[in-house]
Design a protein around this ligand. Structure first.
Ligand SMILES: C[S@@+](CC[C@H](N)C(=O)[O-])C[C@H]1O[C@@H](n2cnc3c(N)ncnc32)[C@H](O)[C@@H]1O
Length: 224
């Protein structure tokens, strides 16, 4: 996929690169329950239109893409605004946030069309990135096409697979539009202290909203 993206950007074949911000993102920034500007991260930012939109609304933005041609275009087209542009693979938390500045401090994470093309075996890396960098109460907004078996194009991912990837750490929010999914970071679940482990009189510690283990995705089943 990486080589394909490089070729497409070089040839200027970028059908996803449309003017205007997508409605679910506009709603988060300008709707009745608009989030206050803080730190945002755009994963697979392409030529940076949405990162630029976030910055124009007062957000501090880090925008990453592993295709150098996309980041070069983003830097050229959006020279102004509070955006850090970075060539990095979203499945590597340390590459996305090399100085640790974003860790636990990112209030809004956007993935518009990146995750659904990430190889299945690397998707837990994507989940590690979003969970490591998210601030308490962070919102994650994902646009992803469904899983499909096609010779070309992104592999796709189903909503249940995204939810399974994010299990234990994120709570699904109301789905705003088909192909758009949003999640809120759950508060960290405290581990039982040594004093209460094995103490039958201690109150049970219920993991918060763990979901059904049966939902977990077997990567082997998803290949092919
Ligand atoms: C369909 S485009 C969407 C671009 C942008 N989000 C937009 O809406 O215009 C997907 C982007 O994700 C990038 N991408 C795909 N896999 C990636 C990965 N593992 N790490 C970083 N970027 C990735 C591609 O280079 C491409 O720019």
């Amino acid at each position: 996929m990486r080589r394909t993206y490089r070729t497409l950007y070089r040839l200027g074949i970028v059908p996803w690169d449309q003017p205007g911000a997508p409605a679910p993102l506009v709603d988060l920034l300008e709707g009745p329950a608009a989030l206050p500007p803080a730190q945002a991260l755009d994963l697979g930012c392409g030529t940076g239109r949405q990162a630029h939109y976030l910055a124009a609304h007062g957000w501090s933005v880090t925008a990453v893409d592993y295709t150098p041609e996309a980041i070069t275009a983003a830097r050229r087209d959006h020279a102004h605004g509070d955006v850090v542009w970075r060539v990095a693979d979203v499945t590597e938390p340390g590459a996305v946030d090399p100085d640790g500045r974003l860790a636990g401090a990112t209030s809004l994470l956007l993935d518009n069309g990146c995750l659904h093309g990430v190889p299945v075996g690397r998707r837990t890396g994507w989940a590690a990135t979003v969970s490591t960098l998210a601030a308490p109460g962070a919102v994650l907004l994902v646009r992803a096409e469904q899983h499909r078996r096609r010779a070309i194009g992104p592999r796709g991912i189903d909503e249940s697979e995204i939810t399974a990837l994010l299990a234990h750490r994120w709570r699904p929010l109301v789905t705003v539009e088909p192909t758009w999914f949003s999640y809120a970071l759950l508060p960290a679940t405290p581990l039982p202290s040594q004093d209460t482990v094995g103490d039958p009189t201690a109150p049970a510690v219920e993991p918060a909203d763990r979901g059904d283990p049966g939902d977990l995705v077997d990567p082997g089943e998803m290949e092919g």
